[in-house]
Design a protein around this ligand. Structure first.
Ligand code: PMP
Length: 362
């Protein structure tokens, strides 16, 4: 077996143990005479996968009883639209914190639905530093405040969340850092994340939403786009992406058996330190993109003085078994995505490769 050092931004590395367990159960799931993909989503076996996955999300992330855990489709991008469809009313404004490409996409979708306002922006910092949560300006008529907890392309991550929003629900896109660190869920009205970075394969999107926001769902939008539809039906309103939910189930069990979310954070801190140190100790050969106080534990963005050398770096990294180190096409440069399932060993190998590349080209 030859597994790459996988630093893909998403879909991204999954734990080897999870893949092997899925392989074992692939053809026949628990004596059912068929795979999980071939059985009814109304069967007892699938219902158990669905319920257990919700319960594991609650347990691992500390989600209180007054929140629903939903498994939906359409990706985080569909949530960009569903959030204003469900929460934004005439006379109100959706407040957005503009922190980069993903926050901007969320904002653009909301504009189709109603009024929006920018509560803070890091555009003047070229999106390389998260704005201070103390500087957010949230108008009285805000329906919610939307933040992107980790900007996957920029490699910047909020280190804290606002606590002074009063009755304005806090909504967070945690697509690229869910379950990477403990979070106080009570601060949030709604959290959402596409699965394909920290939770499993693509195809399922997790939404954690407080019950009062669900009760308030408008009745004049199609049922499929309403949170109350999915909450009432325990995410089985229509055919779910059953294989993806099953894979999320295995990933959640893997997180649990590896010590839970606090242990994930420690692992992520230790392994990203290896790469940030390689940048910081390079005497300017590597240039970290994110401001140090906003550095992400999930996406490490950096540059080399010349684009020629960056190309060379990507080429040689690929020859050495590394995958996914080219920066996003919109910003260029280099990026290492270090989600929960990326092993410490891959990060150590990358730090060593970086030092060696510098020795040869510095
Ligand atoms: N938000 C963030 C922070 C992301 O990183 C991504 C995908 N890279 C998205 C939203 C969009 O997710 P999806 O492709 O699941 O719609």
């Amino acid at each position: 077996m030859n597994r790459a050092y996988n630093f893909n931004a998403g879909p991204a590395a999954l734990p080897l143990e999870v893949l092997q367990q899925a392989q074992e159960q692939f053809v026949e799931y628990q004596g059912a005479g068929m795979s999980i993909m071939e059985m009814s989503h109304r069967s007892a076996l699938y219902e158990q996968v669905n319920n257990e996955s919700q319960a594991l999300m609650r347990e691992l992330f500390g989600i209180p009883d007054n929140y629903h855990v939903l498994f939906l489709q359409g990706g985080a991008s569909q949530q960009f639209a569903m959030i204003p469809m469900n929460l934004l009313r005439p006379g109100q404004a959706g407040a957005y914190v503009k922190t980069g490409a993903w926050a901007d996409k969320a904002l653009k979708e909301a504009k189709f639905i109603g009024e929006t306002v920018i509560a803070a922006s890091s555009e003047n910092d070229k999106y390389m530093r998260m704005p201070s949560v103390n500087d957010f300006i949230v108008p009285d008529n805000a329906a919610y405040l939307h933040m992107t907890s980790n900007e996957t392309i920029g490699g910047v991550q909020f280190q804290e969340f606002p606590t002074n929003l009063g009755n304005v629900p806090l909504v967070a896109d945690m697509s690229s850092d869910i379950l990477s660190r403990p979070i106080d869920i009570n601060k949030f009205g709604l959290i959402y994340a596409g699965a394909q970075k920290n939770l499993g394969p693509s195809g399922v999107t997790v939404v954690i939403v407080r019950d009062d926001l669900v009760q308030d769902s408008p009745k004049d939008i199609p049922a499929i786009f309403r949170y109350d539809t999915h909450a009432k039906n325990s995410s089985l309103y229509n055919t779910p992406p059953s294989f993806s939910v099953y894979m999320v189930n295995l990933v959640l069990k893997w997180i649990k058996s590896n010590g839970g979310v606090a242990a994930m954070e420690q692992l992520n801190r230790d392994k990203t330190k290896l790469i940030y140190d390689a940048i910081d100790q390079s005497n300017g050969f590597y240039i970290g993109c994110a401001h140090p106080d906003s550095r992400s534990l999930m996406n490490i963005t950096f540059r080399i003085q010349s684009e020629e050398l960056e190309k060379q770096f990507v080429k040689e990294s690929e020859q050495n078994g590394f995958v996914g180190l080219k920066g996003h096409r919109d910003v260029g440069g280099l990026r290492a995505s270090t989600y929960n399932a990326v092993p410490h060993e891959s990060c150590k190998a990358l730090a060593e490769f970086m030092a060696d590349f510098q020795r040869r080209n510095g």
